[in-house]
Structures are given as structure tokens and as C-alpha cells.
Design a protein around this ligand. Structure first.
Ligand SMILES: NC(=O)NCCC(=O)O
Ligand SMILES: [Zn+2]
Ligand SMILES: [Zn+2]
Length: 466
């Protein structure tokens, strides 16, 4: 396959080149028009378009059990939707809950994903119950299962929360085996007090989900996680779904001190707000209940997050894709916001929404590629197999049309959700062709992929550490 006439964009530069793919692999880049005459039985004309590495969404939750229901995308529907949006790899979260066995949890997630994915996938492991057995299993996952990152929670007491002692022990284990700790940084016990008090006052609408999770409690947990990682011997620490300026400040300070501290944000925190979405009339705001929550438009969070993306204090944009339908799922919290399942779906829109940042002059085109593909690959042990257009890399390629237009709507999206968090958003730019390991999955809006094409990725250790 030869992709001709396009502008290849990588994290380090932009240049006109023709890309030659043999089987599943990129084998050569040629100056435009200089590929051998017999190269490429299949030619894709990318004239006027950008040729970028396939997107890597490092934070998704297909079929996650939460609040008495399950995230509404399966590995089948969710990875197909991801492909439509230019994402060719996801890293989802296998789950161990308190009292369960880590390896059983992993086996259960393989059972959900195996044979059902349209794009390649890996797993992080959520460790919801840190004990001697779980700590031993962490070594096994790193050594034998290709899982080199572990998510812990400072929120959700009684469900996923680890106390500081458990966190420290898991961080010490990660320091020993070279893996990364991912942290849901919110002070859950304090938040639970605020939730109880709000409900006692009769404050039951979705906006109170945000008001009972103040940014200071995200910042406090972020600072605590950074301290614990230091005590554990500078364990690599990655703060997930960052939404608050004060938390970002803490990460920036740690990074300035030379620490292995990293963070991601998500499109919802860059575009949506507490007042405009979570505060929508009646129960409508339930569509945007997620944790960390959307922040106030009267504060500086969005401006600071965009700045953090430019300065690399925010290294990655993931979606935290965790969709729930409004009907019957979000509605579980009618009359009590604390029972609304937490999560927003967006795996299909991340590449487009971040391209809007390029159009708006907030990110360079190279930084766009870096935050949506290259750094996720480096951070989570997939580079250079994924995340770059270079000879020897998997042929995961997106042809992106900077002159196209994308209108986001529940009418046209492919996620299994009965609403869109970004309904009516218009983006100047559009995914044109999506290739996964040399197979065209999407072209001209038509789907050519198949369930089962996606393979499990055994990941190595991060190559992003300082
Ligand atoms: N973020 C969210 O609201 N739901 C998914 C679970 C998590 O990432 O904490
Ligand atoms: Zn989380
Ligand atoms: Zn998540």
C-alpha cells in the first residue's frame, strides 16, 4: 500500500512524503513521487491531507461495572467507534476489586475483549484492593502479562479507594518492578462528607456532583500522591483525568523539581463546564456527570489546561471513555446525584476535538500528534511499534483532512450512547482514512473493518521517564 501526496506529521516535524506499507508494517518513506514504480498495489491519494500515526487512547472503560450498571460500549462497539474517530489503539482498564484476585480480574477482562476488538488494545490494571497477594500479582503482570501500569483510587471509598498505606506499598512495588502508578486523585472521604451534607439539604440535582467535588480536593490528593511517590523512591506517577488548575500546579512543580510525575487531561475538561453542561436544567446535567468533575467556567481551569498541554505539564489527552445511556442508566440517579453512574463517552471524538485546538491556534500540529499518539505510546511501553510514522512501526495511519468538517451528533456517532456529550459541535477537520496494521478500517465514512481484527498488546516498560 502506498499513501501518496500527503504531509506526514510526527511529534518532531512535518514534511511531504509518500508512505510505503508492506503487510502490517511501514517499510519506507519517500520524497514525494520517488517511490519505485512498482511500489504499492493499493494507492491511497492523500493530496492536501495530513498523514499521522493512528491515535492511541490510553484511558478507556469498555463495559466497566459502575454504580449498579455497566458502561454501555462493549469492546466491539467501542473499538469500532474509536476507529471511526481515528484511534487505532486503546489501553483499557482491567479491574480487581477489594477481595478479588488480580489475575482473575485480568482473565475476566481478556474474556470481554478477546476476539471482539476492531483495533489493537492493551490493559492497565486497576488494583482496588492492595494486599500481599495483589502486590505479588503486580510483579507477575509486569513480567509475564505485558501490563506495566496500575491504577489506584484516592476516591470512591468502599468501592475502589486505597488508603495512604496501601498506596505507599503499591508505589514501592512499582518502584521495584519498573512500572507506573496511575492515580485517580480526589480526596474521596472528604467528598463523601460533602455529598452527604448536600443530600441532607435537599440538593439532589446533577450540578451538586460537581459542587461536592471542589478543585481543592483534587489538588490535595494530587499533592499527596506526589509526596507518597517521592517517599516510595520516586515511583513514576501519572495523574489521570486532570481537571483543576491547582492540581496542574502541583504536577508542574514536581516536574520542575525533576520528578517522574506526569498527567493527562481529557477533552471534556478542555471544552465543557460545570455551568453550561452539568448545570443544564432539570436532570439533563446527568449526561456530564464524571469524576473528576467538569469545572467552573468562571475559574481559569480550561485556560490553564491548554497551557499545560503546550508546556508538557500535561503530556497526554485521553478520553476516559466511560459511556452510560441517559435512559435507564444515568436515570439511576434521579432524585440523588450521587447515584448517577460516573462517566462521559468520547472515544470517537478525541482526535477531532484536539485538532480543533490546532485550528484555534492553541496547539501546533506536531504537538497534536504528540499528545494523541506519540507520548501515549512512549509513556505506556508501545513505542516505536505504535505512535509514529517510521520504517518498522506498525502501519497504523490516519489520513486527516484539514479542509474537512465534522459535526458531532448522536444521530451520526457510532458509540453505544443515546446522547452525545458534544452534541452540535462543529470541527474544522475530518478523519478521512483509518488504517490499522495495513488494513483499511475506515475510508470516506464507510466501515471496512471487522470485529476480531484488534490484537492484545503486551506492553513494555515506559520509555518516557526522566
Ligand atoms: N471518570 C469517570 O467518571 N468514570 C470512569 C471511572 C474513572 O476513571 O474514575
Ligand atoms: Zn478515575
Ligand atoms: Zn477512567
Amino acid at each position: 500500500m502506498l499513501i501518496t501526496g500527503g504531509t506526514v506529521v510526527t511529534a518532531t516535524g512535518t514534511h511531504a512524503a509518500d508512505v510505503l506499507i508492506d503487510g502490517e508494517t511501514i517499510v519506507a518513506l519517500f520524497a514525494p513521487g520517488h517511490a519505485p514504480d512498482d511500489a504499492g498495489q493499493q494507492v491511497i491519494d492523500a493530496t492536501g491531507k495530513l498523514v499521522i500515526p493512528g491515535g492511541i487512547d490510553a484511558h478507556t472503560h469498555m463495559e466497566l461495572p459502575f454504580g449498579g450498571t455497566f458502561a454501555s460500549d462493549t469492546f466491539d462497539t467501542g473499538t469500532r467507534a474509536a476507529a471511526f474517530g481515528g484511534t487505532t489503539t486503546i489501553i483499557d482498564f482491567a479491574v480487581q476489586r477489594y477481595g478479588e484476585n488480580v489475575l482473575d480480574g485480568l482473565a475476566a477482562w481478556h474474556g470481554k475483549a478477546d476476539g471482539n476488538c476492531h483495533i489493537d488494545y492493551g490493559f492497565h490494571m486497576i488494583v482496588g484492593g492492595v494486599d500481599d497477594e495483589a502486590l505479588k500479582a503486580m510483579d507477575q503482570l509486569v513480567d509475564h502479562e505485558g501490563i506495566t501500569s496500575f491504577k489506584l483510587f484516592m476516591a470512591y471509598p468502599g468501592v475502589f479507594l486505597s488508603d495512604d498505606g496501601q498506596i505507599l506499598r503499591a508505589m514501592q512495588k512499582a518502584r521495584g518492578n519498573g512500572s507506573m502508578i496511575m492515580m485517580h486523585a480526589e480526596n474521596g472521604p472528604a467528598i463523601d462528607v460533602l455529598i452527604r451534607q448536600a443530600l441532607e439539604r435537599g440538593e439532589t440535582d446533577p450540578i451538586h456532583h460537581g459542587l461536592t467535588r471542589p478543585s481543592e480536593l483534587e489538588a490535595e490528593a494530587t499533592r499527596r500522591a506526589i509526596s507518597l511517590a517521592k517517599v516510595a523512591g520516586d515511583t513514576p506517577l501519572y495523574i489521570v483525568h486532570m481537571s483543576a488548575s491547582e492540581a496542574l500546579e502541583a504536577v508542574a512543580a514536581a516536574r520542575d523539581a525533576g520528578r517522574n510525575v506526569f498527567a493527562e487531561t481529557c477533552p471534556q475538561y478542555l471544552y465543557l463546564t460545570l455551568e453550561d453542561q452539568l448545570g443544564a436544567p432539570g436532570f439533563e446535567g446527568a449526561k456530564w456527570v464524571c469524576s473528576t468533575p467538569l469545572r467552573s467556567r468562571h475559574e481559569s481551569h480550561q485556560r490553564d489546561l491548554w497551557k499545560g498541554l503546550r508546556s508538557n505539564d500535561l503530556a497526554i489527552v485521553s478520553t476516559d471513555h466511560c459511556p452510560f445511556c441517559f435512559k435507564d442508566q444515568k436515570e439511576l440517579g434521579l432524585g440523588d446525584f450521587s447515584k448517577i453512574p460516573n462517566g462521559i463517552g468520547g472515544v470517537e471524538h478525541r482526535v477531532d476535538l484536539l485538532y480543533q485546538g490546532v485550528v484555534d491556534g492553541k496547539l501546533s500540529v506536531e504537538r497534536w500528534v504528540e499528545t494523541i499518539a506519540t507520548t501515549p505510546a512512549r509513556m505506556f511501553g508501545l513505542y516505536p511499534r505504535k505512535g509514529v510514522i517510521a520504517p518498522g512501526s506498525d502501519a497504523d495511519v490516519v489520513v486527516y483532512d484539514p479542509n474537512g468538517r465534522t459535526r458531532i451528533s448522536v444521530e451520526t456517532h457510532h458509540m453505544n450512547m443515546d446522547h452525545s456529550a458534544y452534541e452540535g459541535y462543529e470541527i474544522a477537520g475530518a478523519v478521512d482514512t483509518v488504517i490499522s496494521r495495513g488494513t483499511v478500517l475506515v475510508s470516506g465514512g464507510e466501515y471496512h473493518g471487522r470485529k476480531g481484527h484488534g490484537r492484545y498488546l503486551r506492553r513494555g516498560l515506559s520509555s518516557y521517564l526522566v
